[in-house]
Design a protein around this ligand. Structure first.
Ligand code: DC
Length: 231
């Protein structure tokens, strides 16, 4: 059975990772959450005082980049790979609202992007990969066999993120989550290097009114169509 590369891009909190995980599990593919990599660099920058609410010392971060080592380790109990920063599991630390507030600034830095894109391309060399992010179908794997672009209204997405934070015991007002979603949309689509764009050959899915199952079935039939032609 030939394997393909599946690129999933879209706005924040559109359920990209849920879909990507479902697909990878079903197909026996590797799942890579590239947002986790940008979040881990952000957490690194926070730990070293390069970024805070008042300032961002971009040059110091760029100089320190060679000492940022990112790895994914598969957690069999959870069924997906967790993010490690310099040997430490940072899955929990990178999902906070503080990291979400700073991550778009970090993701604007070209030196950060080129380091992470190179690592992502290495991970995808053997195909059989589902990768989600913002620039996967446009920059990381422009030749991916299947490209999905996911959208949903900002309110729907903020509600989803709010519920997720609540379930983790993080009590953040809904208005703050909505504001964060809108700000990230703006920065993600307006940055100079690799802005969030829909690839010409991507299939757009608006999941505002789709259940997880409906969405999964829709995408799976696209995958199967492609695989049938290929094998
Ligand atoms: O998918 P996420 O919300 O965890 O991503 C966190 C941030 O990282 C998001 O605001 C944009 C950035 N990002 C990016 O610029 N390119 C990617 N391939 C993935 C994420």
């Amino acid at each position: 059975m030939k394997k393909i590369t599946i690129a999933i891009d879209g706005y924040s909190s559109t359920g990209k990772s849920t879909l990507a995980k479902q697909l990878a599990k079903h197909l026996g593919y590797v799942y890579v959450d590239t947002g986790a990599m940008y979040r881990a660099v952000t957490y690194f920058a926070m730990q070293h005082g390069y970024i805070n609410a008042e300032s961002f010392d971009k040059q110091s971060l760029i100089l320190a980049l060679p000492s940022v080592q990112l790895e994914f380790h598969f957690n069999a109990d959870l069924g997906f790979a967790e993010m490690y920063l310099n040997g430490t599991n940072v899955e929990h630390e990178i999902r906070t609202i503080e990291v979400s507030n700073f991550v778009s600034k970090i993701a604007e830095v070209s030196e950060v992007r080129s380091k992470l894109v190179e690592q992502q391309q290495q991970m995808g060399k053997g195909k059989g990969i589902v990768m989600d992010g913002r620039d996967i179908g446009t920059v990381v794997f422009p030749k991916a066999e299947l490209k999905i672009f996911m959208t949903a209204s900002p309110e729907t997405r903020a509600q989803r993120r709010f519920d997720e934070l609540q379930s983790k015991g993080q009590n953040v007002p809904y208005e703050d989550v909505l504001k964060n979603v809108q700000e990230r949309d703006y920065i993600d689509t307006h940055r100079e290097d690799s802005p969030l764009l829909i690839a010409e050959d991507a299939v757009e899915i608006d999941n505002s009114y789709l259940t997880r199952e409906e969405q999964f079935e829709a995408v799976l039939s696209l995958v199967n169509e492609y695989l049938q032609d290929l094998n």
